[in-house]
Design a protein around this ligand. Structure first.
Ligand code: SF4
Length: 326
């Protein structure tokens, strides 16, 4: 029987799931994903996690608990330190596997090998070999498995750059048809935020889905090629060392530069230091030119859906009014 490896539908799932899945399957594992976020999953995460943690970390706890309940043999929680040269991922990712081990009882073994390519992209080999060793694979076998996973990742990124959202791109990779383009949309809005906030329909109160239903085409930083994101962020006087903050800020500023979006919505999580810095930075640049309407939405476990819906409706009305007013 294959080893069942659980991947929580949280944190960097929206960036790396297709690649991780392929890698683990090539190594001989069977991948099990936690369920879609529900109130129950969030509540269990809040109960297990420390109060001071940000909302996405609390939610990720709930997804890990869901994997424990599903009885998987391993939980895949790579210790994400750095995914790009001279950059870091938020330190909460670094400590996440330890927090989980401390606070969730009955945990199966955790594959928490570090991903750290801050100094050199070749350092990913350590990760590949160590994960492969868990499945009894040689370094060469592990590397071949990872190479196939890398090809899947490249296809996934291309699909995102064609305008698909992560769930849509994953469906295409699974052999389903690509969704129809939003040809009837009369507006284009950029939704900027951490992937685990904007793409999780429960935690984001389905902001993207609601905007689409209201007739808007939605773009996110992940629909831009990396060089476009970097072009956007190159307007800042200093380099951003946080990969996700760089992608969010670069995405917003590039959409502003291109002039192809009618409005920008920044989605931030309560108790997130990087989000407060990034949000302020983006807002300052967008408002300085004053051409594109901007709105910021803060999410926490108590955020009321009605308030978010009202604000989205008001924002859409204002953007449409500005367009007709010329
Ligand atoms: S970047 Fe913010 S939301 Fe993400 S893990 Fe760090 S503190 Fe939490």
């Amino acid at each position: 029987m294959p080893v069942r490896v659980g991947i929580p539908r949280a944190l960097l799932y929206y960036y790396y799931f297709p690649m991780w899945k392929k890698f683990l399957e090539q190594l001989g594992g069977e991948v099990v994903v936690s369920g879609r976020t529900t109130k129950g999953i969030l509540t269990r995460g809040v109960q297990r996690c420390v109060d001071e943690a940000c909302l996405p970390i609390k939610l990720a706890f709930g997804h890990v608990q869901d994997m424990v309940d599903k009885g998987v043999d391993y939980i895949f929680l790579p210790r994400m330190v750095s995914v790009a040269r001279r950059e870091y991922i938020c330190p909460k990712f670094l400590g996440f596997p330890d927090m989980v081990k401390q606070n969730i009882p009955g945990l199966p073994p955790v594959i928490d090998t570090a991903v750290n390519v801050r100094k050199s992209s070749r350092d990913i080999n350590q990760f590949i070999w160590q994960v492969g060793a868990v499945f009894g694979k040689s370094p060469l076998q592990s590397w071949l498995a990872y190479r196939q996973a890398g090809q899947v990742h490249n296809r996934y990124i291309k699909l995102l750059e064609q305008g698909l959202l992560p769930e849509e791109a994953m469906q295409v990779l699974a052999g389903k048809e690509a969704p129809q383009a939003d040809n009837n949309a009369d507006l284009t809005l950029a939704v900027i935020g951490h992937p685990y906030n904007i793409y999780d329909p429960f935690i984001s109160m389905n902001i993207i889905g609601r905007l689409k239903k209201a007739g808007a085409r939605v773009l996110t930083p992940d629909n831009l090629a990396e060089q476009m994101v970097n072009q956007g962020v190159s307007r800042l006087p200093k380099k951003l060392f946080w990969t996700l903050s760089r992608r969010m800020t670069g995405g917003a500023l590039e959409y502003q530069r291109q002039g192809k979006v009618d409005g920008i919505i920044h989605v931030a999580a309560f108790a997130c230091g990087p989000d407060s810095m990034t949000g302020e930075l983006i807002e300052r640049y967008i408002r300085r030119e004053g051409k594109i309407p901007f709105m910021s939405i803060n999410l926490d476990e108590h955020t009321g859906e009605a308030g978010v819906i009202t604000r989205l409706e008001a924002f859409l009305d204002m953007v449409r009014w500005r367009r007709t007013a010329g």
